[in-house]
Design a protein around this ligand. Structure first.
Ligand code: HEC
Length: 155
């Protein structure tokens, strides 16, 4: 019983101490001339799906809820956002080469169709981010239509 109490107190102390390791909860500024909307036609319906299900990790428009203040969950979420943006950032899409832009559209459809995105762990706290079959179809139809507009040489 004594050991159990000591362990519990130690854990509590560690928990309090790690709270001092804060994550950066600011967003990089958005240059409107570099966003995905500046390159590709993104209808309102698609924008809505993206802001509901993708933009927290794939844009500079991340919304940080209260639990992003609590370590170690905060570290784990920071990691998802950094990695997500590294692979695909809707706010920096204009900085990709045309070939990359075309390829990202292909991947968006693939990831959504296969159910890999949005990350399943994200859905625990964001139930409304789950994509219906109609949402998936809308994303893929849109991505394929926009891909087709790239010159053949790019594809
Ligand atoms: C909780 C954060 C999160 C959300 C929400 C999310 N993603 Fe991701 N996404 C990631 C991470 C992290 C990666 C990096 C690859 C990995 O670790 O699986 C990634 C990778 C990707 C990639 C690149 C795959 C590659 O091979 O480069 C695409 C495309 C993608 N996501 C599309 C989407 C779309 C579309 C949505 C919304 C329907 C979405 N993601 C929602 C975190 C997220």
């Amino acid at each position: 019983m004594r050991i159990f109490k000591i362990v519990l107190v130690c854990l509590a102390v560690v928990f309090v101490l790690i709270q001092f390791v804060r994550i950066d909860r600011s967003n990089p500024t958005i240059d409107p001339s570099r966003t995905i909307e500046s390159v590709v036609n993104v209808p309102a319906e698609i924008q809505q799906i993206m802001s509901r299900s993708c933009n927290d990790c794939h844009s500079n428009k991340t919304i940080y809820p209260w639990y992003t203040q609590i370590a170690p969950v905060s570290w784990w979420l920071r990691d998802h956002i950094d990695h997500g943006r590294e692979h695909l950032n809707m706010s920096e899409y204009g900085g990709y080469t045309p070939r990359q832009q075309e390829h990202k559209l292909e991947e968006i459809c693939e990831q959504v169709e296969s159910g890999l995105m949005p990350l399943p762990s994200y859905l625990i706290m964001h139930r409304d981010a789950a994509l219906s079959e109609d949402d998936k179809k809308a994303i893929c139809d849109w991505a394929n239509a926009e891909r087709a507009k790239f010159p053949r040489a790019v594809q």
